[in-house]
Write a protein that binds this ligand. Structure first.
Ligand SMILES: [Zn+2]
Length: 177
């Protein structure tokens, strides 16, 4: 157990929640009562809870805060990360179905709204930590060709990012006046 890693998780969860609160306040059209209730839970208490489980905790801690990245440490981390994306629907990889049958191939499922919002808050949390709320656009731009989203999910993600961008620009103008 390392204090540094515990503090990191708590800080990350706090930034995810801040991002959610901003969205809920500034883009209320994205939320009906049900989505709000689900996001309140998933972007606060629920977010990344599996990082405290034995399948993930030590492996992450040793990889990020240990003093050597041996082969074993890296292997264990990869296994823990795989456990994380298999158990957390706020990761797009969770929704990529890779079939056994080559004729069926890979199918990308639609993500439910609550997890789209949690995913964006997760991405955006690093901008909040840095104090540069626009960093997410560059981050996403660099990965958008690689990240696999269904057509519908892709549209929703783009729409939310566009609305965030627009709102941030509007508030800049308001501050200047
Ligand atoms: Zn996560």
């Amino acid at each position: 157990m390392s204090r540094q890693y515990d503090e990191y998780i708590l800080e990350h969860k706090m930034n995810v929640y801040k991002a959610y609160q901003w969205l809920n306040k500034n883009l209320p059209d994205l939320f009906d009562d049900e989505t709000t209730a689900a996001c309140e839970y998933h972007c606060q208490f629920g977010h990344d809870e599996s990082k405290y489980k034995p399948e993930e905790y030590d492996a992450y801690d040793k990889y990020f805060y240990g003093n050597n990245k041996s082969y074993e440490v890296v292997q264990n981390f990869n296994k823990a990360w795989l456990h994380h994306i298999h158990n957390n629907p706020h990761h797009w990889q969770y929704w990529v179905l890779i079939n056994d049958d080559p004729n069926e191939g890979e199918i990308i499922l639609d993500m439910p709204d609550v997890y789209i919002i949690e995913m964006i808050c997760d991405w955006w949390s690093f901008s909040w930590k840095k104090g540069d709320l626009r960093e997410i656009f560059k981050w996403y731009d660099e990965r958008k060709e690689y990240i696999k989203l269904s057509e519908e999910t892709h549209k929703k993600v783009n729409d939310i990012l566009y609305k965030i961008h627009k709102k941030l620009n509007e508030s800049d103008v308001n501050e200047e006046n």
